[in-house]
Design a protein around this ligand. Structure first.
Ligand code: HEM
Length: 144
């Protein structure tokens, strides 16, 4: 839940590039052939119509019943790893690696945010914290 909510608000990708190969109609919108479009998943991840008025709050419990229920079975509501045949091949690896790293850290330390931390996510190629993330680690074991 924590990983999904982090990817919703601060996923590294802020858009998927696609080329329109033939004219298509999307509702009232007609997309001509041979244009490049940017599908901004970050905008959909911050859409209050999908996520509610507290869209900007970090609330991992949104995902307590899984992605499908949280998004009301709308695959286009949450796609931090992209969508379709060119979606991220590293998705399972990335999620597993994150779980392993987090569980190794949390077995040894408690983590709190440093008072020096300034919240400022910025799109610099990928979304990243402009001033870094300063945390305070406290060992859970006396001998560590
Ligand atoms: C949190 C970590 C990651 C995120 C959020 C992420 C996200 C994405 C996104 C949004 C795309 C574009 C998908 C599309 O256009 O529909 C992508 C493509 C790709 N990702 Fe990742 N990725 C992550 C980690 C990784 C890792 C660890 C690997 C490799 C081990 C990887 C390998 C790739 C490759 C090869 C593509 C291109 C796939 C293609 O064009 O067919 N990614 N990723």
């Amino acid at each position: 839940m924590i990983i999904y909510e982090t990817l919703r608000l601060y996923g590294p990708s802020n858009g998927l590039q696609r080329r329109v190969t033939r004219e298509v109609q999307l509702g009232k919108l007609v997309l001509p052939a041979n244009i490049d479009i940017l599908v901004q998943n970050i905008a959909l991840h911050n859409d209050p119509c999908q996520w509610g008025d507290d869209v900007h709050l970090f609330k991992p419990e949104r995902f307590e019943e899984g992605i499908a229920k949280t998004t009301n079975y709308n695959a286009a509501a949450f796609f931090p790893f992209g969508l379709g045949p060119r979606s991220c091949v590293g998705m399972s690896f990335a999620i597993t690696e994150t779980k392993v790293a987090l569980s190794m850290i949390l077995q040894r330390y408690t983590i709190t945010l440093s008072p020096a931390y300034v919240h400022s996510p910025m799109p610099i190629l990928a979304i990243r914290p402009q001033h870094g993330i300063q945390v305070i680690l406290k060992s859970l074991h006396n001998n560590a």
